[in-house]
Design a protein around this ligand. Structure first.
Ligand code: BGC
Length: 500
């Protein structure tokens, strides 16, 4: 366990002891009726503070547009960094050859190889492997993390079969999807601004991530050139555009959250480079760091933030993404246990463990449609080791999941509405003759059906029925890895040879 994790556990244990003492006092004084009243009070107050009525969402979208403009004007003017991706030519479908991709952004990473066959054959062949990252490497030393990744990639390359063909005399090329904020200096270089999503490797911040990966690959004897460095949103946009030319933006809703979109080069005052041939540039927004007075933050969100590895940062992400939703529910349950003896006279020790309630478990409880909320009962029993809960308490837990997921999904929809506004695709006049497609990927979007449906319903509510007809949301399944391989192809160092 990393130092910070230990510190968090110690703090939580101390708080826990205090809470037990407090609960005992509360219990002596409180009658059952009063305990239930207090439970409902906590629930109702929480629901009220999480409110996202349509007017508020419109304010959030407006504030997002303001931050986008500020971020495009200068690097330090906004929390929403609006990072230049150096991707000014999205895949066209002409790409061909063998390319590798490495997708690092959560607790797992993926390595893949694709054989691209140009306009006629498209993606001819692909293979991938998924590897989980040992938790200690997420908070350790940079060399160890990159060494581990390079070793796994070496194994994968060694398994390449004869059906994958590299043109003679060429080195293998790789698209590196690195899903953290990076200040890029070209398509194949960039320095890490900060870690997010539970990663904290201090000696990497400010370093060029391509250099670190290249060093590690050399050490493991892997002969490969890192041709494109991309964020997962940029990879998803590239992958989405490959299959549908109307894709203008990509959103990730997974462990973390972020969005990228295609911006006109003229609307990027901070861009000092040559005017892109396409006239456009993909912007990695890093919207997870968005903050606004319009965001419905509660005391539970503030406490979560204080205990996090990245205090004061990624505020929007902490309201929306998969890493945090279950944890917010746990925190409200802690308050109910402390102040309303929700789980009996003592606070169940497991409940005091941060992040023990994962978003997939919360999702399973949210989707429980059985009359006696059987799934809620069994999840609480296994995760928190609490024997049978009454139906009315199960209903409270179910309701908490609904509140937290609804707030997250509606806020994510407001962010997308902000992008549509910025791109001028929010009015019928502009949408009449063109379709607008937003590609979305990430486990939260893919597996949490209620979240996904709520997001889509909310977006429809925000844009109105007529504009909604011109907009599609597409699930870009694992598009970021393929997208990175495609971008490696469209930026290949052998392009000129190919043209000759
Ligand atoms: C990172 C982004 C990434 C997003 C989704 C966020 O925490 O800052 O770079 O795109 O997660 O993976």
């Amino acid at each position: 366990m990393g130092k910070t994790a230990v510190a968090v556990t110690v703090t939580v244990t101390v708080v826990g002891v205090a809470a037990v003492a407090c609960a005992v006092i509360v219990n002596r004084r409180m009658k059952n009726g009063a305990k239930w009243d207090r439970t409902m009070e906590i629930l109702n107050e929480f629901e009220e503070k999480c409110g996202t009525h349509i007017g508020k969402l419109k304010q959030v979208a407006e504030a997002m547009v303001v931050e986008m403009n500020a971020g495009l004007a200068s690097d330090n003017a906004s929390r929403v960094k609006m990072l230049i991706s150096f991707v000014d030519n999205l895949p066209t479908g002409d790409e061909h050859g063998l390319f590798y991709a490495l997708d690092l952004g959560g607790t797992n990473f993926r390595v893949l190889r694709v054989q691209l066959g140009g306009k006629e054959a498209g993606i001819k062949r692909q293979e991938f492997a998924e590897v989980s990252i040992p938790p200690e490497l997420m908070v350790g030393k940079s060399e160890e993390l990159f060494g581990y990744i390079a070793a796994e990639l070496a194994k994968f390359v060694a398994q390449e079969g004869p059906e994958f063909q590299l043109s003679p005399g060429r080195e293998r090329e790789l698209g590196f999807t690195f899903s953290f904020p990076v200040m890029q200096t070209s398509i194949d270089s960039g320095t890490l601004i900060k870690w997010t999503k539970g990663f904290s490797i201090d000696d990497s911040v400010g370093q060029d991530v391509v250099e670190e990966l290249t060093k590690a690959l050399r050490k493991k004897g892997v002969e490969m050139h890192v041709t494109a460095l991309v964020n997962d949103t940029v990879g998803t946009l590239a992958g989405g555009r490959f299959s549908n030319k109307d894709v203008i933006a990509a959103v990730i809703l997974g462990t973390g959250t972020n969005a990228a979109y295609v911006e006109s080069a003229q609307a990027i005052p901070k861009w000092r480079g040559p005017s892109p041939r396409s006239g456009e540039m993909v912007i990695n927004m890093e919207w997870g760091n968005f903050q606004s007075t319009h965001l419905p933050l509660t005391e539970y969100d503030n406490a979560l933030d204080l205990d996090s590895l990245n205090r004061g940062e990624q505020t929007y992400e902490k309201l929306i993404s998969g890493m945090y939703l279950g944890e917010i529910v746990r925190r409200v349950l802690c308050r109910m246990a402390e102040e309303a003896s929700f789980f009996g006279n003592n606070i169940p020790p497991k409940l005091l463990t941060p992040f023990i309630l994962r978003t997939p478990d919360m999702s399973a409880m949210h989707h429980d449609s059985s009359p006696d909320l059987r799934v809620v009962g069994s999840k609480i029993k296994t995760i928190l080791e609490i024997p049978d809960l009454s139906l009315k308490k199960r209903k409270v837990i179910h309701k908490l999941c609904v509140i937290v997921a609804t707030r997250g999904a509606r806020l994510a929809a407001a962010g997308i509405f902000g992008i549509l506004k910025k791109a001028g695709r929010d009015t019928l006049a502009n949408c009449e003759n063109q379709r607008t497609v937003v590609a979305i990927d990430g486990g939260l979007y893919e597996h949490y059906t209620e979240f996904r449906e709520c997001l889509e319903d909310t977006l429809r509510e925000l844009v109105g029925d007529r504009v909604w007809e011109k907009i599609s949301i597409e699930h870009a399944n694992d598009g970021s890895g393929i997208g990175a391989a495609l971008l490696a192809a469209s930026h290949s160092r052998y392009l000129e040879d190919d043209e000759k």
